[in-house]
Design a protein around this ligand. Sequence first.
Ligand SMILES: C[S@@+](CC[C@H](N)C(=O)[O-])C[C@H]1O[C@@H](n2cnc3c(N)ncnc32)[C@H](O)[C@@H]1O
Length: 363
Amino acid sequence: MPKKSLNSNLHKASQAKKDEFYTQLVDIEKELKHYKDQFKGKVVYCNCDDPYESNFFKYFASNFKALKLKKLITTSYVPSAIAGGQLSLFQIEGLKPDGKQPFRIEITEVPDIDGDGAISLDDVEHLLKHNKNTATPLKGNGDFRSEECIELLKEANIVVTNPPFSLFREYLAQLVEYDKKFLIIGNLNAVTYKEVFKLIRKNDLWLGYNNGPKTYLVPDNYEQDNIFVGTDGRKYAKMGNTGWYTNLDIAKRHEPLTPYKKYNLKDYPKYDNYDAIEVSKVSEIPLNYKGVIGIPVTFLDKYNPGQFEILGITDRDPDNQYRTKMYTRKDSPKYNDLNRRAAIKVSGNLKPVYARLLIKKIK
Ligand SMILES: C[S@@+](CC[C@H](N)C(=O)[O-])C[C@H]1O[C@@H](n2cnc3c(N)ncnc32)[C@H](O)[C@@H]1O
């Protein structure tokens, strides 16, 4: 096959799934600093992480002692588009001969071999080179759903990674099934997925600290509008809407919002099809309103379960108990759009608003 068409096929395949977005160390450090105490004595598993390329591995290996980890396990996945070392942190001859061999790496200590008083990547590299027990080839392809990876998952206390965006629902469901603590990156649009929202409403899942725009390293063959070449010559993608999903407790979740506006009929219209009022900005939640409030999903970034209760979401949910009406063609030619979400009347015309969480203040 001519080189050009092979490349374009590879390009199409990776574009179709778009799973290769590599998290930058700075983003991992910025988030993980809030959870440090929770890692003491724990087995951490990064199950979508080629140890040679993942900054999650780099972070936990170099902070192994500081976090007082019991064990770090990482497994790679073979069909990874960049397997082979494009983004390699280390080049270790013999250990990863062609980049096609999925590995499991298990670390139970990282000695300060160079004696400089700090654990660095050099110490980790030395350990990987000289302690043959740390790296073991996997039997299968490293799929997080494979039997051998599930066995490792069972052993883990906390799972931390950026899993494939295309498998987010399935990935999260597996963590819940095995009752794991986790801190994972995902697209914030996933908040409205039925399965994800159910967990959020039950307070089994919440958002971490750094949610919103981030930049990820991507393979050379990725081409999209949001991709640019960095000063290091590598390709990066700007993503506006990714964040951290977790079930680890965080201080932020206990900080109360301090509303300043008072409820009044003019500023807070009632929806035409929901028994709730529209509040279009989180900062404008009326402090004295006792009924149901519709609020943008960005509220989750400020959500304190001791202060508010999440009752539902106005997004493709015809069974929502706060819905008061379903429209037909007679009401509006746009009745389908109106039924999908909450609607307000503007100058006599019905207008659907974006997805809203339905929340209520806890007395
Ligand atoms: C969004 S990338 C993030 C990579 C790395 N965790 C990081 O944060 O830099 C997701 C990774 O999961 C890998 N992957 C895709 N499907 C997988 C599967 N079924 N099991 C395990 N890993 C998978 C992809 O190849 C990709 O490297």
